[in-house]
Design a protein around this ligand. Structure first.
Ligand code: SME
Length: 142
């Protein structure tokens, strides 16, 4: 798949997710490049965290631990990189191709405990679809 087409799909995904629920205040997609997460596109307030080393913050920890992370209260976390002072909860859903982690969907909410199992399920479906798009993009890049 051509790069521009894959990029457009990733942007469209962020727009659709953001528009789907008022509690999704910041929505972004990070792509994993080596040992860093690089912000591909986002909707919400600008963030300083456009590059996040694997292992740092909620985003980097999700990669290290190879699992999605739902944080009901970010104020209770030590290993948290604040994007906005208003953020109260966050969810990170990994985008994979098989076992390989390619990136993640990251969503912040200004509401505490914003994300439930339904959010986890729906976002997983989107992440799985994006995994196929990204795997295709990577094959094209090589
Ligand atoms: N809070 C994230 C950083 C990304 S911002 O939320 C956009 C973290 O702790 O990794």
């Amino acid at each position: 798949m051509a790069d521009a087409r894959a990029d457009a799909i990733l942007q469209r995904a962020v727009q659709r997710i953001h528009a789907s629920d008022g509690k999704y205040d910041w929505v972004g997609i990070y792509l994993l490049r080596g040992d860093e997460l690089i912000l591909h596109n986002f909707i919400g307030k600008p963030t300083d965290h456009t590059r996040i080393p694997v292992g740092r913050g909620v985003c980097g920890t999700a990669v290290t631990e190879g699992r999605d992370i739902n944080v009901p209260d970010v104020e209770a976390l030590d290993n948290y990189l604040a994007c906005s002072a208003e953020t109260r909860s966050e969810i990170v859903v990994l985008i994979r191709d098989g076992e390989r982690i390619l990136g993640q969907i990251d969503i912040d909410s200004d509401t505490r405990k914003a994300f439930d199992q339904r959010d986890e399920r729906e976002l997983r479906k989107i992440a799985d679809a994006l995994g196929e798009v990204l795997a295709d993009k990577l094959r094209h890049d090589q």
